[in-house]
Design a protein around this ligand. Structure first.
Ligand SMILES: Cc1cc2nc3c(=O)[nH]c(=O)nc-3n(C[C@H](O)[C@H](O)[C@H](O)COP(=O)(O)OP(=O)(O)OC[C@H]3O[C@@H](n4cnc5c(N)ncnc54)[C@H](O)[C@@H]3O)c2cc1C
Length: 311
């Protein structure tokens, strides 16, 4: 489609201030890496999301939906198509029901763009427990459902009741936790190209002070173990069955190893960090080298957890 026609159509649906062209993706990823997206759009209402997605599908234009960009690596060439950010406009939650008879359960519906850190702190203030494990993960609800994000022995699967999605045919459906087919850092959302609009979580009543204490203890553990002083996309590789990626990488002698500006963190070998103006090519060269070395030394296949965009 002609650029002018496409940008006019996007602006008509979303308003000119919500459509950016040639937007550097390094501004929208925690890795601080990524070339320009042809179009970067910020829908403000659910109708705008459904309209823009229907239009992009009908026009056969590539698109990718992102939240906080904390688990993606965008190529140096950027993205030829439309990046759809579900961000601040979808950053709210509502308490659906205080109690399930005879239990202390609390049900919450949280929108796709809601940051987990903000949500966790609001839960603490409202005396809602059970989300502490997720509160330090720097993503949004949509990305967390898609990735079945987890930490400290818990994952989204443990707290999800359902998610409302736009399916691949453009219909809005509510999928139960079983229908979401959540596995280790994956889900049907990833496999079937769905878009998460919001999710229902089942949590429980708790004491605000205890919840806050749990959150700050877990945050301290993160600060101590993880290289939060450098941009990254979190754990670079999935945990291979029966092993820990970080231990394999460390045992292979790769801690501190660099390609261009990308480094295997010398604090936590499971993280590739952007040490100094790394490019996506630097990261790919380094992750390929890590994979080959771990395969040669330990015969274990490492698989990227980070999602590549625009390659
Ligand atoms: C310092 C650091 C620590 C981290 N720690 C953890 C951790 O402890 N546990 C963990 O699991 N992860 C961790 N991560 C990774 C990341 O934060 C999570 O995977 C998070 O859930 C991604 O959310 P996001 O909104 O940033 O998703 P994005 O990075 O924006 O997107 C990730 C994927 O989800 C898709 N997506 C995003 N929003 C939607 C939507 N609404 N509908 C459909 N698909 C969508 C994207 O297309 C992409 O494929 C960490 C990352 C960093 C940088």
């Amino acid at each position: 489609m002609d650029n002018k026609i496409l940008s006019d159509a996007l602006a008509a649906m979303l308003g000119t201030s919500n459509v950016k062209t040639d937007e550097p993706m390094r501004l929208h990823t925690t890795f601080r890496i990524g070339g320009p997206a042809d179009y970067y759009v910020l829908p403000q209402t659910e109708k705008q999301i459904t309209d823009v997605i229907a239009f992009l599908k009908k026009s056969d234009i590539s698109y990718v939906v992102i939240g906080n960009g904390s688990n993606i690596l965008v190529s140096d060439e950027g993205f030829r198509g439309v990046v759809v950010e579900l961000g601040d406009a979808f950053s709210n939650f509502e308490i659906l029901q205080e109690h399930e008879a005879g239990t202390d359960s609390v049900f919450i519906r949280a929108s796709a763009g809601m940051r987990l850190i903000r949500l966790g702190n609001q839960f603490a203030a409202n005396g809602i427990a059970g989300f502490e494990f997720a509160t330090g993960i720097p993503g949004c609800i949509g990305g967390a459902v898609r990735m079945n994000a987890g930490a400290y022995g818990r994952e989204f699967k443990d707290i999800l009741v359902s998610a409302r999605v736009i399916d691949d045919s453009g219909c809005i459906r509510e999928l139960s936790v079983d229908e979401l087919e959540l596995g280790y850092r994956t889900s049907i959302i990833a496999r079937s190209n769905m878009i998460v609009l919001d999710a229902v979580l089942k949590l429980r009543k708790g004491e605000p002070d205890t919840i806050r204490k749990n959150i700050s203890e877990l945050a301290a553990r993160r600060r101590q173990k993880q290289p939060l002083e450098y941009p990254s996309a979190g754990s670079t590789f999935k945990r291979p069955e029966g092993y820990f990626a970080a231990k394999l990488i460390e045992d292979a002698g790769l801690k501190g190893c660099m390609r261009g500006g990308a480094q295997v963190s010398d604090k936590h070998a499971g993280f590739v960090v952007n040490k100094s103006n790394a490019t996506a090519s630097d990261v790919c060269e380094l992750t390929d080298y890590i994979k080959d070395t771990v395969m040669d030394k330990f015969k274990v296949k490492l698989e990227l957890e980070v999602v590549k965009v625009g390659f």
